[in-house]
Design a protein around this ligand. Structure first.
Ligand SMILES: [Zn+2]
Ligand SMILES: [Zn+2]
Length: 330
């Protein structure tokens, strides 16, 4: 008899907590919408254009060789006219040293001490080197000493270097800014995700001579529609390439907890049973088609094979695979 009372009381507590979470979420969604409407975005022309661009995926979900480690995380080496950016630092779910990132850097002959700057797209575990880093608002290249040097770190939140790589110095990005004459951050863009709460993310925009803007995106929580809108508000040049994560874990995800698609639950503004779906993928494809980019490369770290297939069908030869070890040269 007492057991039944206990079960009823427990269900009541869990149910109330969940309802409270839903209420809080909708209050936060409104707050974030207000914050967005108050952002004043003014045009920020590039001061120059780059002759060359290359992107080597150091961490992502697929690779071109078995020796290269893969995980549902992101780290890209972006090289613009010799200016070397490390964008994000992977997931390192096994908390290892050397991390999958360091191990791949060694195989791909990328020196961790050779970067001119580090760009952290946002503070989620798959971009800052792990769960502990996410919770401590830090980033790590590995779980042992690594020396990227005293380079600037461009981040939209106070995400500090961990004890393993203390050299880099935070440069807080509060609004869109030029990193060099031809490389920009499109600035913080807030989104309220059901599980993760308010998430600020920014993307890289590179002005490539005679071609247009190359967008490099981390998780794409802002939505590609918002990224395109922001890019058009800032710059005159057309969008030439879209590379990176757009967060379409539709039909399946890369991080499953039994039957639960954690990337869909964690990465959606909607309620868990009504997350990111097929229509979102197709609507985003239409939005991208409108700007007619010449290169589309979708990260598999947060998009399912089904979503990637839809992109391949929609963009044909303009679609380029994004795999660890396969350099994208534009
Ligand atoms: Zn991600
Ligand atoms: Zn994320």
């Amino acid at each position: 008899m007492y057991f039944i009372y206990f079960v009823i009381a427990f269900a009541g507590i869990v149910g109330s907590a969940f309802l409270l979470k839903i209420l809080q979420h909708f209050v936060n969604v409104k707050k974030v919408a207000r914050e967005l409407s108050e952002q004043k975005i003014t045009r920020m022309p590039f001061k120059g254009s780059a002759e060359s661009f290359s992107l080597m995926p150091l961490i992502d979900f697929y690779s071109v060789k078995d020796e290269l480690k893969t995980e549902p995380g992101v780290s890209y080496f972006v090289n613009v006219d010799g200016y070397r950016i490390l964008m994000d630092t992977g997931l390192n779910s096994s908390k290892s040293h050397p991390s999958p990132l360091l191990s791949n850097m060694q195989l791909l002959e990328v020196d961790p001490g050779s970067f001119d700057s580090i760009f952290i797209s946002h503070g989620h575990l798959d971009h800052v080197g792990g769960f502990k880093e996410q919770n401590k608002r830090q980033f790590s290249l590995s779980q042992g000493k690594t020396e990227p040097g005293a380079v600037p770190v461009y981040a939209v939140e106070e995400i500090l270097p961990s004890k393993w790589n203390p050299g880099p110095e935070l440069h807080l990005v509060k609004e869109p800014m030029l990193i060099t004459d031809s490389i920009a951050s499109i600035g913080p863009y807030p989104r309220c995700l059901f599980l993760m709460g308010k998430t600020l993310e920014h993307s890289l925009a590179i002005n490539l001579k005679g071609k247009g803007i190359v967008l490099v995106i981390g998780c794409g929580h802002q939505t590609i529609e918002a990224i395109i809108k922001r890019t058009r508000e800032l710059f005159d040049e057309k969008i030439y390439a879209i590379i990176g994560g757009l967060h379409f874990p539709v039909k399946e995800g890369r991080i499953m907890a039994g039957p639960l698609n954690m990337q869909n639950i964690a990465g959606s503004e909607r309620l868990p049973w009504n997350g990111i779906n097929e229509n979102d993928v197709m609507n985003s494809i239409e939005a991208i088609k409108e700007v007619d980019p010449q290169i589309i490369s979708l990260s598999a770290h947060d998009s399912s094979d089904w979503s990637i297939d839809q992109f391949k069908k929609a963009f044909g030869e303009k679609f380029t695979d994004l795999r660890v070890g396969s350099e994208i040269i534009l």
